[in-house]
Design a protein around this ligand. Structure first.
Ligand SMILES: CC(C)(COP(=O)(O)OP(=O)(O)OC[C@H]1O[C@@H](n2cnc3c(N)ncnc32)[C@H](O)[C@@H]1OP(=O)(O)O)[C@@H](O)C(=O)NCCC(=O)NCCS
Length: 188
């Protein structure tokens, strides 16, 4: 469990299935994915996340707004599930239901997940990636001080050649950089 001033990041529950299915069927939420998901597909995503948690002890955590909303989406980390030039690597990722956007919630959760990744898990590096036009997601990456590795931009290997969502940008943050930023923030 990870807590922030407004959020609890926690393991998934059966009661998350319906709201996760609803947000994964929303074309706006899924704008940068090949298709909105059916209930069967969103349940499969949860099963994969839970298997990751079981195997590695961390995952894309279910997110709730404390005392306000039992499930709003996910924010967390996972091993990148495909091969690319930058893998093996651990990625940070997020997906929230539309009505919770633009309140700083993804950024707040992501900052806490980075602390957990570097302080508790002692990961050397965390990466993140997005379809290059996904400016909301890129903005979250920038706000948590990840830096765009232009040379690392890549074509997503699970999308067919010519697919409009294939081109991805890669962002990185190393533990040493994160530590320096933390020290600077404390000194100010
Ligand atoms: C990406 C996502 C998680 C961001 O969640 P969020 O809680 O709204 O994020 P935050 O409020 O912390 O930050 C969003 C930032 O994007 C900015 N933003 C919003 N719409 C934007 C747009 N069209 N273009 C550029 N920036 C935009 C906001 O202004 C804010 O930046 P600011 O604080 O500097 O003003 C959410 O939009 C989402 O779930 N999207 C769909 C799923 C998705 O794309 N996931 C990522 C896949 S890589």
């Amino acid at each position: 469990m990870i807590t922030t001033p407004r959020l609890l990041l926690r393991p998934w529950r059966d009661s998350d299935r319906a709201p996760f299915s609803a947000m994964s069927a929303d074309p706006e939420v899924m704008e940068f994915f090949p298709e909105p998901l059916s209930r069967k597909e969103s349940d499969h995503v949860i099963a994969r996340i839970q298997a990751h948690q079981e195997k590695y002890g961390f995952c894309f955590f279910a997110a709730e707004v404390i005392g306000n909303a039992a499930f709003i989406g996910f924010v967390g980390i996972q091993h990148v599930p495909f091969k690319a030039r930058f893998t093996p690597a651990v990625e940070i990722g997020w997906r929230l239901a539309r009505r919770y956007w633009n309140r700083g919630l993804a950024t707040e959760a992501a900052q806490a997940v980075l602390n957990y990744s570097f302080q508790t898990l002692k990961l050397e590096e965390v990466v993140s990636y997005a379809v290059s036009g996904n400016m909301r997601s890129r903005r979250v990456m920038e706000k948590i001080n990840m830096r765009h590795d232009h040379a690392g931009d890549f074509d997503h290997p699970l999308l067919p050649v010519g697919h409009s969502l294939r081109r991805h940008v890669l962002y990185r943050l190393r533990r040493s950089e994160w530590r320096t930023l933390q020290q600077r923030a404390t000194a100010e």
